[in-house]
Design a protein around this ligand. Structure first.
Ligand code: SAH
Ligand code: F3S
Length: 455
């Protein structure tokens, strides 16, 4: 049943998109709209899209079909599309999907307060203008969570050969340091204990700020480390190209920065890394990781990998598996290569196809490599995490079981999910930092018992 004055946002893709959805929520709530329980409830549905891989486009299409059918031809329901697909497709979305009444590109969110009333008045609006030099954010969620994302820069200048992000998110623009700190202070006052700083290529933060060069990612980390009330700092994504010893030293020096690093490797083969235009070798990557491990005791690592990149041979794939083994990741996020418009790797594939020397890896082989990689990653995580059995970890509590007052969940500094039980009367609530003894290691979570509240 559609309820008027109710919104629902469906988010696909990365943390950046989740962050943008929170900003959109803040705008809708400023108009008195309330969040519905599901898509079926809402009179305004916003779909925040991703285009890094092809799948989300199909998900968006089928969701639009469903909304149209359920609402009997979308009467009384308005639908907006935002995010990367919106940026890429613009006007075409309006002509293709009659049920859509607004398309907002990746930079249009700042104008959402003006766009929304026009849409409500019956206009169909497309806004895919980019604001190249400006990154001010002005809409914030009223009640922050224990753990929150904070955007520190937008866009990416790296142009990895497979990646669409530079085309749909534009050039790198850093957000002014004062704006970031003001937002984090506001979050801390609202009860937030952990912030995850977000940027596509976060280690190059500050490069385009006009500050005489003294604001960079390290000074940002130090500034956030100084915000009272914040207990933990995480950040993503680090590109190995810009990740350097100075950043590692700063991570080691700032006590709030967690012992966790997401450093996408994508491939362990130098030939493929070159073809991906990642601008580093596997040897350089390993040197950086070894430096970080030596400086930051207890550091855990995670990575993204692409399997079945054009031209990837079994030998290249085996080199990736070996690299994974040498480096030892706690979490591995692996993806089958997805050809994207405008990218160099797509052009490369097409050229090879034309001259009859195809370089595309067949889907069944891509799937096999993906499964092999995921199995190896699971096995490695289980082996490494087994050593945690019987030790204690610091947990930031993010949730309590609704049905059982002694069961809680949270994360360790190393970003592992920890479920634990506590004796009754223990003063534990979301936001508490507690010490937990690890009793068992499950597939994706540690199971433990509360020992005492950390001081
Ligand atoms: N800025 C980040 C990544 C952004 S995209 C970085 O520097 O790594 C997130 C992940 O999606 C990438 O790390 C990559 O593993 C994956 N990805 C990006 N483009 C892809 C494509 N065309 N096909 C498959 N996976 C892709
Ligand atoms: Fe994409 Fe490479 Fe930038 S993966 S987001 S072009 S660092």
């Amino acid at each position: 049943m559609v309820k008027s004055g109710t919104y629902y946002i469906v988010t696909y893709g990365c943390q950046m998109n989740e962050y943008d959805s929170q900003r959109a929520e803040a705008v809708l709530e400023s108009f008195g709209y309330i969040q519905g329980a599901s898509v079926e409830d809402a009179s305004f549905v916003l779909i925040n899209t991703c285009t890094v891989r092809e799948k989300p486009f199909h998900k968006m299409e089928s969701l639009l079909g469903r909304i149209y059918k359920d609402s009997g031809g979308s009467k009384g329901v308005k639908v907006g599309i935002m995010g990367c697909i919106a940026q890429q497709e613009g006007e075409r979305i309006l002509s293709r999907f009659s049920q859509v009444s607004c398309v907002m590109g990746t930079d249009a969110l700042v104008r959402f307060p003006q766009i929304f009333p026009r849409v409500m008045a019956g206009e169909r609006v497309v806004d895919i203008a980019m604001n190249p030099a400006d990154y001010h954010i002005d809409s914030f969620k009223v009640t922050p969570n224990i753990s929150m994302y904070v955007s520190v820069m937008k866009g990416c200048d790296k142009y990895c050969s497979y990646c669409i992000v530079p085309f749909v998110r534009g050039r790198e623009v850093s957000r002014p340091l004062e704006d970031i700190i003001t937002e984090i202070e506001r979050l801390a006052l609202g009860g937030t204990k952990e912030v995850t700083l977000l940027g596509q290529n976060i280690n190059s933060y500050g490069k385009n700020l006009t500050n005489g060069g003294d604001i960079n990612f390290s000074s940002l980390l130090r500034a956030v480390n100084g915000v009272d009330g914040i207990e933990r700092i995480r950040f993503m994504t680090s590109n190995p190209w810009d990740f350097d010893e100075d950043i590692v030293d700063t991570m080691a020096e700032c006590e709030k920065v967690c012992e966790y690093l997401h450093l996408p490797l994508q491939s362990g083969s130098n030939r493929i890394l070159k073809s991906m235009r990642r601008n580093h070798t596997i040897e350089e990557y390993i040197r950086k990781v070894e430096y970080a491990k030596a400086k930051i005791p207890g550091l855990t690592l995670s990575s993204d990998f692409i399997v079945g990149f054009p031209g990837e041979t079994e030998e290249d794939f085996q080199q990736t598996m070996e690299a994974m083994d040498v480096i030892g990741y706690d979490m591995v996020y692996s993806f089958i290569y997805s050809p994207r418009p405008n990218t160099k790797s797509l052009a490369m594939e097409d050229r090879a196809q034309k001259v009859g020397r195809g370089i595309s890896v067949p889907l069944h082989e891509q799937k096999r490599r993906l499964a092999t990689m995921m199995d190896a990653a699971d096995e490695r995580r289980a082996k490494d995490r087994a050593t945690l059995q019987g030790t204690t970890v610091e947990v930031l509590v993010t949730g309590a079981s609704k049905t059982d007052s002694t069961t809680y969940t949270g994360r360790s500094r190393q970003n592992m999910v920890v479920n634990f039980v506590a004796q009754s009367q223990a003063e534990i609530q979301p936001g508490s930092l507690v010490t937990v003894r690890v009793d068992a290691v499950r597939r994706y979570a540690l199971q433990g018992t509360h020992v005492h509240v950390a001081v």
